[in-house]
Design a protein around this ligand. Structure first.
Ligand SMILES: [Zn+2]
Ligand SMILES: [Zn+2]
Length: 351
Protein backbone atom coordinates (compact mmCIF):
# COMPACT_ATOMS: atom_id res chain seq x y z
CA UNK A 1 0.00 0.00 0.00
CA UNK A 2 1.01 3.66 -0.36
CA UNK A 3 1.89 5.62 2.79
CA UNK A 4 3.41 8.97 3.79
CA UNK A 5 6.38 8.22 6.01
CA UNK A 6 8.34 10.57 8.28
CA UNK A 7 12.09 9.97 8.11
CA UNK A 8 13.28 13.08 9.93
CA UNK A 9 12.83 16.88 10.03
CA UNK A 10 11.57 18.01 6.64
CA UNK A 11 11.80 14.50 5.19
CA UNK A 12 8.43 12.95 4.40
CA UNK A 13 8.31 10.36 1.64
CA UNK A 14 5.36 8.75 -0.08
CA UNK A 15 6.36 5.14 -0.54
CA UNK A 16 5.18 1.57 -0.80
CA UNK A 17 4.63 -0.15 2.55
CA UNK A 18 3.34 -3.61 3.47
CA UNK A 19 -0.31 -3.73 4.54
CA UNK A 20 -0.51 -3.83 8.35
CA UNK A 21 -1.41 -7.01 10.23
CA UNK A 22 -4.18 -7.16 12.80
CA UNK A 23 -2.97 -7.91 16.32
CA UNK A 24 -5.13 -9.66 18.92
CA UNK A 25 -7.35 -7.01 20.51
CA UNK A 26 -6.59 -4.56 17.70
CA UNK A 27 -8.22 -3.47 14.46
CA UNK A 28 -7.28 -2.82 10.86
CA UNK A 29 -9.07 0.03 9.16
CA UNK A 30 -9.32 1.07 5.54
CA UNK A 31 -8.70 4.82 5.63
CA UNK A 32 -11.34 6.90 3.82
CA UNK A 33 -9.66 10.26 4.39
CA UNK A 34 -7.29 11.96 6.80
CA UNK A 35 -6.81 15.70 7.33
CA UNK A 36 -3.42 17.37 7.56
CA UNK A 37 -2.76 18.67 11.08
CA UNK A 38 -0.49 21.54 12.07
CA UNK A 39 1.69 18.93 13.76
CA UNK A 40 2.12 17.13 10.41
CA UNK A 41 3.28 20.42 8.90
CA UNK A 42 5.72 20.75 11.80
CA UNK A 43 7.17 17.32 11.00
CA UNK A 44 7.49 18.36 7.37
CA UNK A 45 9.39 21.52 8.32
CA UNK A 46 11.22 21.46 11.67
CA UNK A 47 10.48 17.88 12.81
CA UNK A 48 9.51 16.66 16.29
CA UNK A 49 11.65 14.46 18.56
CA UNK A 50 8.47 12.76 19.88
CA UNK A 51 7.86 11.19 16.47
CA UNK A 52 9.99 8.10 16.00
CA UNK A 53 11.05 7.56 12.36
CA UNK A 54 10.48 5.84 10.09
CA UNK A 55 6.83 6.44 10.95
CA UNK A 56 3.65 6.66 8.88
CA UNK A 57 2.07 9.94 10.02
CA UNK A 58 -1.48 11.37 9.94
CA UNK A 59 -4.10 11.06 12.69
CA UNK A 60 -7.20 13.12 11.81
CA UNK A 61 -8.88 10.22 10.11
CA UNK A 62 -12.03 8.33 9.35
CA UNK A 63 -12.12 4.80 8.03
CA UNK A 64 -13.97 1.53 8.06
CA UNK A 65 -12.93 -1.55 9.93
CA UNK A 66 -11.80 -4.41 7.67
CA UNK A 67 -10.47 -6.73 10.39
CA UNK A 68 -11.35 -6.94 14.05
CA UNK A 69 -8.72 -8.85 16.03
CA UNK A 70 -9.32 -11.75 18.35
CA UNK A 71 -11.14 -10.78 21.58
CA UNK A 72 -12.32 -7.42 20.24
CA UNK A 73 -15.79 -6.58 21.55
CA UNK A 74 -18.08 -3.83 20.34
CA UNK A 75 -16.48 -3.38 16.92
CA UNK A 76 -16.92 -5.37 13.73
CA UNK A 77 -15.87 -5.25 10.09
CA UNK A 78 -17.80 -2.53 8.27
CA UNK A 79 -18.05 -0.12 11.24
CA UNK A 80 -16.97 3.41 10.42
CA UNK A 81 -14.68 4.87 13.10
CA UNK A 82 -12.47 7.79 14.03
CA UNK A 83 -9.74 8.09 16.65
CA UNK A 84 -8.66 9.87 19.77
CA UNK A 85 -4.96 10.07 18.99
CA UNK A 86 -3.31 9.91 22.39
CA UNK A 87 -3.14 6.43 23.82
CA UNK A 88 -2.68 7.01 27.56
CA UNK A 89 -1.08 4.47 29.91
CA UNK A 90 -4.13 4.14 32.16
CA UNK A 91 -1.96 3.65 35.24
CA UNK A 92 -0.31 6.95 36.18
CA UNK A 93 -1.62 9.67 38.54
CA UNK A 94 -2.86 11.72 35.56
CA UNK A 95 -4.76 8.80 34.10
CA UNK A 96 -6.20 8.16 37.58
CA UNK A 97 -7.55 11.75 37.46
CA UNK A 98 -9.04 11.18 33.99
CA UNK A 99 -6.40 13.47 32.45
CA UNK A 100 -5.08 10.99 29.90
CA UNK A 101 -4.20 13.86 27.54
CA UNK A 102 -1.55 14.87 30.10
CA UNK A 103 -0.26 11.31 30.63
CA UNK A 104 3.56 11.37 30.63
CA UNK A 105 3.65 7.82 29.26
CA UNK A 106 1.20 8.47 26.43
CA UNK A 107 1.90 6.92 23.04
CA UNK A 108 0.22 8.97 20.35
CA UNK A 109 -0.85 7.30 17.13
CA UNK A 110 1.36 8.70 14.34
CA UNK A 111 4.27 9.22 16.79
CA UNK A 112 4.65 5.85 18.54
CA UNK A 113 2.32 3.85 16.29
CA UNK A 114 1.89 4.18 12.54
CA UNK A 115 -0.72 6.71 11.44
CA UNK A 116 -3.37 7.17 8.79
CA UNK A 117 -1.75 8.76 5.73
CA UNK A 118 -1.97 5.30 4.18
CA UNK A 119 -4.52 3.01 2.61
CA UNK A 120 -4.74 0.91 5.78
CA UNK A 121 -4.15 1.67 9.45
CA UNK A 122 -3.53 -0.83 12.24
CA UNK A 123 -5.09 0.30 15.50
CA UNK A 124 -3.21 -1.22 18.44
CA UNK A 125 -4.87 -3.18 21.22
CA UNK A 126 -4.03 -0.41 23.73
CA UNK A 127 -6.06 2.10 21.69
CA UNK A 128 -9.07 -0.22 21.46
CA UNK A 129 -9.04 -1.06 25.18
CA UNK A 130 -8.28 2.58 26.05
CA UNK A 131 -11.52 3.78 24.41
CA UNK A 132 -9.67 5.67 21.66
CA UNK A 133 -11.78 4.19 18.84
CA UNK A 134 -15.06 6.06 18.34
CA UNK A 135 -17.86 4.88 16.07
CA UNK A 136 -19.20 7.31 13.49
CA UNK A 137 -22.96 7.22 12.79
CA UNK A 138 -24.19 7.23 9.17
CA UNK A 139 -25.48 10.79 9.53
CA UNK A 140 -21.91 12.15 9.77
CA UNK A 141 -19.99 12.65 6.51
CA UNK A 142 -16.48 11.29 6.12
CA UNK A 143 -14.81 14.68 5.99
CA UNK A 144 -16.58 15.95 9.09
CA UNK A 145 -15.77 12.75 10.96
CA UNK A 146 -12.10 13.30 10.09
CA UNK A 147 -12.39 16.71 11.77
CA UNK A 148 -13.58 15.16 15.05
CA UNK A 149 -10.04 14.87 16.41
CA UNK A 150 -8.99 18.51 15.87
CA UNK A 151 -12.46 19.61 16.99
CA UNK A 152 -12.01 17.55 20.15
CA UNK A 153 -8.94 19.63 21.02
CA UNK A 154 -11.06 22.77 20.69
CA UNK A 155 -13.74 21.17 22.89
CA UNK A 156 -11.14 20.45 25.59
CA UNK A 157 -9.91 24.07 25.40
CA UNK A 158 -13.37 25.66 25.47
CA UNK A 159 -14.37 23.47 28.43
CA UNK A 160 -11.28 24.60 30.32
CA UNK A 161 -11.86 28.24 29.40
CA UNK A 162 -15.55 27.95 30.27
CA UNK A 163 -17.15 29.10 27.01
CA UNK A 164 -20.89 29.27 27.60
CA UNK A 165 -24.16 30.22 25.98
CA UNK A 166 -24.46 33.95 25.37
CA UNK A 167 -20.72 34.56 25.58
CA UNK A 168 -18.79 36.90 23.34
CA UNK A 169 -15.76 35.02 22.08
CA UNK A 170 -12.69 36.41 20.35
CA UNK A 171 -10.38 34.05 18.48
CA UNK A 172 -6.91 35.28 17.58
CA UNK A 173 -5.62 33.36 14.55
CA UNK A 174 -7.92 32.11 11.82
CA UNK A 175 -6.18 28.98 10.62
CA UNK A 176 -7.98 25.62 10.60
CA UNK A 177 -8.15 25.44 14.40
CA UNK A 178 -9.32 29.03 14.70
CA UNK A 179 -12.13 28.21 12.27
CA UNK A 180 -13.03 25.06 14.22
CA UNK A 181 -13.03 27.03 17.48
CA UNK A 182 -15.41 29.53 15.91
CA UNK A 183 -17.78 26.78 14.75
CA UNK A 184 -17.70 25.21 18.22
CA UNK A 185 -18.32 28.48 20.07
CA UNK A 186 -21.36 29.08 17.84
CA UNK A 187 -22.58 25.52 18.50
CA UNK A 188 -22.28 26.13 22.24
CA UNK A 189 -24.47 29.20 21.83
CA UNK A 190 -21.99 32.06 21.96
CA UNK A 191 -23.76 35.33 21.19
CA UNK A 192 -20.86 36.76 19.21
CA UNK A 193 -17.86 35.04 17.65
CA UNK A 194 -15.11 37.02 15.96
CA UNK A 195 -11.85 35.79 14.44
CA UNK A 196 -8.74 37.93 13.98
CA UNK A 197 -6.50 36.92 11.09
CA UNK A 198 -3.57 38.62 9.38
CA UNK A 199 -3.14 36.57 6.20
CA UNK A 200 -5.05 37.94 3.19
CA UNK A 201 -5.46 34.43 1.81
CA UNK A 202 -6.98 33.08 4.99
CA UNK A 203 -9.15 36.18 5.44
CA UNK A 204 -10.79 35.46 2.11
CA UNK A 205 -11.46 31.83 3.12
CA UNK A 206 -12.88 32.87 6.51
CA UNK A 207 -15.18 35.45 4.92
CA UNK A 208 -16.91 32.64 3.05
CA UNK A 209 -18.00 31.05 6.35
CA UNK A 210 -21.56 32.05 7.20
CA UNK A 211 -22.26 33.95 10.40
CA UNK A 212 -18.64 34.58 11.25
CA UNK A 213 -17.24 38.02 12.05
CA UNK A 214 -13.79 38.33 10.54
CA UNK A 215 -11.37 41.01 11.73
CA UNK A 216 -8.42 41.96 9.53
CA UNK A 217 -5.59 42.07 12.07
CA UNK A 218 -3.39 44.15 9.79
CA UNK A 219 -5.77 46.84 8.56
CA UNK A 220 -8.29 47.07 11.40
CA UNK A 221 -7.88 48.29 14.97
CA UNK A 222 -8.63 45.06 16.83
CA UNK A 223 -9.09 46.74 20.24
CA UNK A 224 -11.61 49.13 18.78
CA UNK A 225 -13.59 46.41 16.99
CA UNK A 226 -13.66 44.27 20.16
CA UNK A 227 -14.74 47.25 22.23
CA UNK A 228 -17.58 48.04 19.82
CA UNK A 229 -18.80 44.46 19.76
CA UNK A 230 -18.74 44.07 23.55
CA UNK A 231 -20.16 47.46 24.64
CA UNK A 232 -16.71 48.49 25.80
CA UNK A 233 -16.35 45.53 28.19
CA UNK A 234 -14.10 43.11 26.31
CA UNK A 235 -14.65 39.50 25.30
CA UNK A 236 -15.82 36.88 27.80
CA UNK A 237 -13.28 34.44 26.39
CA UNK A 238 -10.23 35.06 24.19
CA UNK A 239 -8.77 32.00 22.46
CA UNK A 240 -5.25 32.38 21.09
CA UNK A 241 -4.81 30.11 18.07
CA UNK A 242 -1.93 32.02 16.49
CA UNK A 243 1.46 30.60 17.51
CA UNK A 244 3.13 33.93 18.23
CA UNK A 245 4.32 35.72 21.37
CA UNK A 246 2.64 38.89 20.20
CA UNK A 247 -0.77 37.21 19.96
CA UNK A 248 -0.43 35.74 23.45
CA UNK A 249 0.76 39.03 24.97
CA UNK A 250 -1.97 41.05 23.23
CA UNK A 251 -4.73 38.67 24.32
CA UNK A 252 -5.14 40.12 27.83
CA UNK A 253 -6.23 43.52 26.59
CA UNK A 254 -9.20 42.04 24.70
CA UNK A 255 -10.71 40.17 27.66
CA UNK A 256 -13.30 41.63 30.02
CA UNK A 257 -12.75 41.60 33.78
CA UNK A 258 -13.45 38.12 35.10
CA UNK A 259 -12.96 36.70 31.62
CA UNK A 260 -10.73 33.91 30.42
CA UNK A 261 -7.83 33.58 28.00
CA UNK A 262 -7.02 30.22 26.44
CA UNK A 263 -3.45 29.76 25.23
CA UNK A 264 -4.41 27.15 22.65
CA UNK A 265 -1.57 27.37 20.13
CA UNK A 266 1.86 26.42 21.40
CA UNK A 267 5.00 28.45 20.78
CA UNK A 268 8.23 26.85 19.57
CA UNK A 269 10.50 25.54 22.32
CA UNK A 270 12.97 28.21 23.42
CA UNK A 271 10.76 30.97 22.03
CA UNK A 272 7.96 30.74 24.55
CA UNK A 273 8.92 33.37 27.14
CA UNK A 274 6.27 36.07 27.10
CA UNK A 275 5.43 39.14 29.16
CA UNK A 276 1.96 39.35 30.67
CA UNK A 277 0.54 42.31 32.56
CA UNK A 278 0.05 40.70 35.97
CA UNK A 279 -1.95 43.71 37.19
CA UNK A 280 -4.48 43.04 34.46
CA UNK A 281 -4.70 39.42 35.63
CA UNK A 282 -4.82 40.36 39.33
CA UNK A 283 -7.25 43.28 39.29
CA UNK A 284 -9.23 41.92 36.38
CA UNK A 285 -9.55 38.45 37.93
CA UNK A 286 -8.59 37.00 34.56
CA UNK A 287 -8.14 33.28 34.10
CA UNK A 288 -5.28 32.34 31.77
CA UNK A 289 -5.61 28.65 30.91
CA UNK A 290 -3.67 26.23 28.77
CA UNK A 291 -5.07 23.41 26.66
CA UNK A 292 -3.26 20.48 25.14
CA UNK A 293 -4.62 17.65 23.07
CA UNK A 294 -7.88 15.92 24.01
CA UNK A 295 -9.34 12.74 25.44
CA UNK A 296 -11.66 10.13 23.92
CA UNK A 297 -14.66 11.76 25.66
CA UNK A 298 -13.98 14.96 23.66
CA UNK A 299 -13.88 13.08 20.35
CA UNK A 300 -17.15 11.39 21.31
CA UNK A 301 -18.64 14.83 22.06
CA UNK A 302 -17.41 16.10 18.68
CA UNK A 303 -19.16 13.24 16.88
CA UNK A 304 -22.34 13.84 18.94
CA UNK A 305 -22.38 17.51 17.93
CA UNK A 306 -22.02 16.51 14.28
CA UNK A 307 -24.59 13.71 14.45
CA UNK A 308 -27.10 16.02 16.10
CA UNK A 309 -26.59 18.65 13.41
CA UNK A 310 -25.52 21.06 16.18
CA UNK A 311 -22.33 22.25 14.54
CA UNK A 312 -21.84 23.85 11.15
CA UNK A 313 -18.48 22.87 9.66
CA UNK A 314 -19.12 24.08 6.13
CA UNK A 315 -16.21 25.95 4.61
CA UNK A 316 -13.54 24.46 6.87
CA UNK A 317 -12.22 21.82 4.45
CA UNK A 318 -10.91 24.00 1.63
CA UNK A 319 -8.67 21.59 -0.31
CA UNK A 320 -8.52 17.90 -1.17
CA UNK A 321 -5.43 16.06 -2.38
CA UNK A 322 -4.43 12.47 -3.07
CA UNK A 323 -1.82 10.80 -0.87
CA UNK A 324 0.72 11.09 -3.72
CA UNK A 325 0.21 14.87 -3.58
CA UNK A 326 0.55 15.26 0.16
CA UNK A 327 3.49 17.65 -0.25
CA UNK A 328 1.23 19.91 -2.26
CA UNK A 329 -1.23 19.81 0.65
CA UNK A 330 1.50 20.63 3.17
CA UNK A 331 2.58 23.51 0.96
CA UNK A 332 -0.99 24.89 0.89
CA UNK A 333 -1.02 24.93 4.68
CA UNK A 334 2.42 26.45 4.98
CA UNK A 335 1.49 29.28 2.62
CA UNK A 336 -1.78 29.93 4.53
CA UNK A 337 -3.66 29.25 1.30
CA UNK A 338 -5.94 26.75 3.01
CA UNK A 339 -7.91 25.98 6.13
CA UNK A 340 -8.13 22.18 6.42
CA UNK A 341 -6.60 20.05 3.68
CA UNK A 342 -8.05 16.55 3.33
CA UNK A 343 -5.88 13.71 2.05
CA UNK A 344 -7.46 10.80 0.15
CA UNK A 345 -5.30 7.67 0.15
CA UNK A 346 -7.18 6.08 -2.75
CA UNK A 347 -8.40 7.65 -5.96
CA UNK A 348 -11.92 6.24 -5.73
CA UNK A 349 -13.87 5.78 -2.52
CA UNK A 350 -14.92 2.21 -3.29
CA UNK A 351 -11.49 0.79 -4.21
ZN1 LIG B 1 -4.14 16.94 14.88
ZN1 LIG C 1 -0.99 7.68 32.22
Amino acid sequence: MKAAVYYGPGDIRVEERPEPKCEAGGLVVRVRCCAICGTDLKLATVGNPRCHPPRIIGHEMVGEIVHAGQDVRGFAAGDRITLATTVACGECPYCARNLGNLCPNAKPISYDYDGAFAEYLAIPRAAVSGGNVIKVPDSVDDEYAALAEPLSCAINAQELAGVGSGDKVLIIGGGPLGALHAALAKAIGAADVAVVERSELRLSLLRKIEGLTVIDGVHEDVSQVVSERTSGLGADVVIVCAPTRQAQEDSLQYARKGGAISLFASLPKGEADITLDSRAIHYGELRVVGASDSRPEHVRRAIELMAGGKIDLRGIVTHRVSLEDIHQGLELMKNTQSLKVMVYPRESADA
